[in-house]
Design a protein around this ligand. Structure first.
Ligand SMILES: NC(=O)c1ccc[n+]([C@@H]2O[C@H](COP(=O)([O-])OP(=O)(O)OC[C@H]3O[C@@H](n4cnc5c(N)ncnc54)[C@H](O)[C@@H]3O)[C@@H](O)[C@H]2O)c1
Length: 312
């Protein structure tokens, strides 16, 4: 089997590429090493993959590369590349989001027309929902993003659906709910919390810390992708949540007990575009894909803590 993974040098793309290699796939990974966070993290992410004979890295931008050539002979396409991050998506930088999230996806979908792909799995986001009234949120809830990032992820999800309807490109969108674990991006909450705990710095918390998130451990997010690959579903969207909805304050308490160190907290104003709570109803993914998250928040946080401690 031959799989293409976009964003293969990133947090989720690198783990997914490794899982595919472990299943005996030939993996072609493409990444342009955007400067959103330092290249050194991405080089570390790729270290194991570059040793693997089944892995080929293409350093190129999806906005420029010949994508027909990229998809030549591919069975599966896992589209993880994007400009991530909610808070930076306002103002001038919105252009980066429309380019990397919407245009790049549209280019891939155009290139996928007529290619005998078995599945194109798109990394969508819980950010497409915005602030919902009823939790846990089901896939039928009306999407109403509260950040420009969420708008671009939703636009790309719509593109995936219409290329399925009009051109038979077998797309599936996975709406990830805050993914964490080893290699988590340095702009993400847990990564920053652990760094601060280890250095004794204060941790900045937006709001009162009672906001909750459905946190998804990386191996569970990867498992959802593999389940899509193995199923016959196309043209559908699925929530991918970790089943552990906890508050930011609880996360810090767990990190204190995992590290044996103090989490010194300062609270500042809430950020525009941040939702108050997220909680995924994953029954659709369970029924159609057999998806069941298995890693608890305590175990997942311990694994991320150990990874970051080893890095510093
Ligand atoms: N991490 C999460 O909690 C989370 C939650 C919801 C959705 N997602 C989605 O999952 C995907 C992966 O997220 P991540 O946290 O691994 O992010 P990441 O930034 O670590 O990885 C994305 C990779 O895509 C690459 N990239 C971006 N634009 C590109 C382009 N035009 N051409 C080639 N490469 C390009 C970047 O260089 C980066 O290495 C993204 O689509 C993101 O929107 C992530």
């Amino acid at each position: 089997m031959r799989s293409v993974v976009t964003g293969c040098a990133g947090f989720i793309g690198s783990h997914l590429s490794e899982a595919l290699i472990a299943r005996g796939h030939q993996v072609v990974g493409i990444d342009c090493f955007t400067d959103y966070y330092p290249r050194t993290f991405k080089q570390d992410n790729l270290r194991g993959l570059l040793q693997s004979p089944g892995f080929t890295l293409i350093e190129a931008n999806l906005l420029e590369y010949d994508l027909r050539q990229l998809l030549d002979g591919a069975d599966y396409l896992f589209h993880q590349a994007a400009q991530a991050g909610v808070r930076a998506s306002w103002g001038q930088s919105f252009r980066v989001y429309t380019d990397n999230n919407v245009l790049a996806t549209q280019r891939l979908l155009e290139a996928a027309k007529g290619v005998p792909l078995k599945r194109l799995v798109y990394a969508s986001s819980s950010s497409i929902y915005g602030d919902v009234e009823t939790l846990p949120v089901t896939e039928d809830t009306r999407p109403q993003p509260v950040s420009p990032y969420g708008v671009t992820k939703l636009a790309a999800e719509h593109l995936c659906h219409l290329y399925w309807v009009n051109h038979g490109v077998p797309t599936v969108s996975l709406r990830y709910f805050t993914v964490y674990g080893p290699r988590q991006r340095p702009d993400m909450g847990f990564h920053k919390f652990i760094r601060s705990i280890l250095s004794g710095d204060e941790i900045t918390i937006y709001g009162d810390g009672n906001q909750t998130r459905d946190f998804t451990f990386i191996s569970d997010a990867v498992a959802a992708n593999l389940a899509c690959m193995e199923s016959e579903v196309s043209g559908r969207v699925f929530n991918v949540g970790g089943g552990s909805r906890v508050s930011v304050n609880h996360v810090l308490d767990v990190l204190q007990s995992v590290s044996g160190l103090e989490a010194r907290r300062v609270h500042i104003e809430n950020q525009k575009g941040d939702v108050r709570d997220t909680h995924a109803d994953t029954s659709r993914a369970k029924d159609a894909l057999g998806f069941r998250p298995t890693t608890s928040i305590e175990e997942g946080l311990r694994r991320e803590f150990e990874w970051l401690r080893g890095l510093l």
